[in-house]
Design a protein around this ligand. Structure first.
Ligand code: ASP
Length: 608
């Protein structure tokens, strides 16, 4: 076997009257003996003792095309110039391969096309990496050569799953009476809590549009306008610092409904999710999805997006340490913090070295002050740096709550509510997976409900937990005046395998309630009118009770495609630094363009 290649550049052909009759991956026993035409990219070309074998690839798969000198000398001669990624069309008769040359790893591996006609439609430079399932190169190389990356079969499958997801959502929502309505991309700032992308207006110099962080206000206006059920596969833009699972622009399956309570919306979300899983990957999800309150989710799992398959659970100990002599815990409780424990039974496999490594991880990565622990030896003795500080009743209380026994390892976190939960919640999933304490089921959907409406901000006031339009649960309305901190919101999340698929809520349809919430959030009257006057006015135009939701479509596609990064289900994503390496954006613009927009660059990147 030798690599083929002739130095002479071959002439290109037109497609002429030749038309593709079959997809490469779609041929089989039914076509044997038939004259067919296929077209695609040369995946590989090999010369085996005078016979040239080309693996031809199109969207559907691969098929071997054989050029024999005896079958068609002219064709065979031209095939000698074929190289990887050249674009060709070939006509010939489909044959069965000799049994000893069958390739079992290809669905078409028992067949080959014996070519009698070849059209070279285009040449190509050598691909920067192999067009295989796993390209074996760094992601930056894949992003720079996105075109070749997108040719890989695993990427093509991922984008097909994504397509199936779009179609499923459109079909389901349309059948449920939702209307697909577009909303503008050039719009006004919407308060989803992130930084806006701004677009300067040429026609109104000095003024800016904002790209929508979501169609939130517009979909509420559509409800007030009487459309009752809206959806959109909506592009959203948030200028956030990039984390691994975020993109500056992303896609939502956005929906809104009128005259509904929480359960009505949840029913739609469950249906849409179940049908998406069925349509995209043929999986039947359980019905109904389990429901968890935010309070329970945080208490048991230390997270509002728990992977409920992990069998470890947290235990609350705060009240045991009120007034304790152990200052490390006592001072935290006095400051309003919490003490929680992650008990792991039969934990002999976790060595002292492992515990030290976990403590270092908690300090370095999770911002914890340390990681207190207790190990209960085979003889029941406590091996622990903190045991000597604990009173007898405290030890007894810990044993009772955690059901500790010989072989148990207990990890403690004493910190603010959010941090203590973040630390133990993370150890719960990491150690649960490491120790195999995980239920054996591939999908774990959960609906998380009843989040607080507000949370404390750094300045001692209150800020919204999700966004300012979330309606309080009805029975908590009186608390808006009496004790806003205790008001529960109607917010809900759909969570799958520990990943938030999306969130939504009922909205304030009464302007007095919406105004009161803006007040609690610290908006002065003038600011409220300036930013949200049109919405408040719209609420007074006869707003029906309404609520909705937005699924993060990219995340759903990632889960469904079995991908590990959002970038693997987005055709042209941005890097962590917000760059498109293929097109080279963002990029500078001409002075003339700036001038037209009335803009001057005061600070270029190198000076910033
Ligand atoms: N607009 C919200 C968001 O983007 C979702 C919703 O409440 O409908 O997070």
């Amino acid at each position: 076997m030798s690599d083929i290649g002739s130095p002479a550049e071959p002439q290109l052909d037109g497609l002429g009257s030749l038309r593709r009759t079959h997809a490469c991956g779609g041929v089989g026993a039914a076509q044997v003996g038939q004259e067919i035409t296929v077209a695609g990219w040369v995946h590989s070309a090999r010369d085996h003792g005078g016979v040239i074998f080309v693996d031809l690839r199109d969207r559907s798969g691969r098929l071997q095309v054989v050029f024999r000198p005896d079958a068609s000398p002219a064709c065979h001669q031209r095939a000698g110039a074929l190289r990887s990624e050249y674009v060709i069309a070939a006509r010939g008769r489909l044959a069965r391969r000799d049994p000893d040359t069958v390739n079992p790893s290809l669905p078409t591996g028992a067949f080959e096309l014996v070519a009698s006609e070849l059209r070279l439609l285009n040449r190509a430079f050598p691909p920067p990496f192999p067009i295989e399932e796993e390209p074996g190169v760094e992601e930056t190389v894949r992003l720079r050569h996105r075109l070749h990356d997108l040719r890989r079969p695993s990427f093509q499958r991922a984008l097909r799953v994504r397509h199936d997801l779009y179609q499923s959502a459109r079909r389901t929502l349309s059948e449920l009476g939702f209307l697909e309505i577009e909303t503008p991309i050039l719009t006004k700032a919407t308060p989803e809590g992130a930084r806006d992308f701004l677009v300067p207006s040429r026609l109104q110099p000095g003024e800016f549009y904002a790209l929508p962080q979501s169609p939130q206000i517009m979909k509420q206006l559509l409800m007030i306008a009487g459309y009752e059920r809206y959806f959109q596969i909506a592009r959203c833009f948030r200028d956030e610092d990039q984390r691994a699972d975020r993109q500056l622009e992303f896609t939502q399956i956005d929906l809104e409904m009128s005259f509904v309570g929480v359960d009505d919306v949840l029913e739609v979300l469950e249906e849409l999710t179940r049908r998406a899983w069925r349509d995209a990957i043929g999986v039947e999800l359980p019905r109904p999805f389990p429901r968890l309150s935010y309070a329970d989710a945080m208490a048991r799992y230390g997270s509002d997006k728990p992977d409920t398959r992990v069998l470890l659970e947290l235990v609350e100990l705060t009240d045991l340490f009120r007034g304790t002599a152990f200052r490390a815990f006592g001072a935290t409780v006095e400051r309003g913090g919490v003490v929680k424990c992650l008990p792991i039974h039969d934990a002999e496999a976790l060595t002292r070295g492992e515990i030290d490594r976990l403590e270092a991880f908690v300090k370095k990565e999770l911002g914890g002050r340390g990681l207190a622990w207790v190990r209960i030896g085979a003889d029941g003795a406590w091996q622990s740096p903190i045991a000597k500080f604990l009173s007898e009743p405290e030890r007894a209380g810990i044993v009772e709550r955690t059901r500790a026994r010989a072989g148990s390892l207990l990890f403690f976190a004493a910190d603010e509510f959010a941090k203590a939960n973040a630390i133990l919640g993370r150890l719960r999933t990491d150690l649960g997976r490491q120790l195999g304490r995980v239920e054996d089921r591939p999908w774990a959907p959960v609906l998380v409900l009843r989040f607080p409406l507000f949370e404390a901000d750094d300045a001692g006031g209150l800020t919204f937990m999700h966004m300012p339009f979330v309606a309080p649960v009805e029975e908590d309305l009186p608390l808006l005046d009496a004790d806003p901190r205790r008001v529960r919101g109607t917010h809900y999340d759909v969570v799958m395998n520990g990943i938030e698929l999306g969130s939504g809520s009922l909205r304030n349809h009464r302007s007095d309630v919406q105004r009161r919430i803006f007040e609690i959030l610290g908006y002065a009257k003038a600011e409220m009118e300036e930013r949200f006057g049109f919405l408040l006015n719209a609420l007074d135009a006869g707003a029906p009770p309404h609520g909705g939701f937005a699924f993060g479509l990219d995340r759903m596609a990632m889960l469904l495609a079995g991908a590990s990064s959002l970038r693997d289900v987005i055709a042209f994503p941005k890097t962590q630094r917000g760059q498109d390496l293929l097109m080279g954006s963002p990029s500078r613009v001409d002075a003339e363009q700036l001038d037209e927009l009335g803009l001057v660059i005061a600070r270029a990147e190198e000076e910033a």
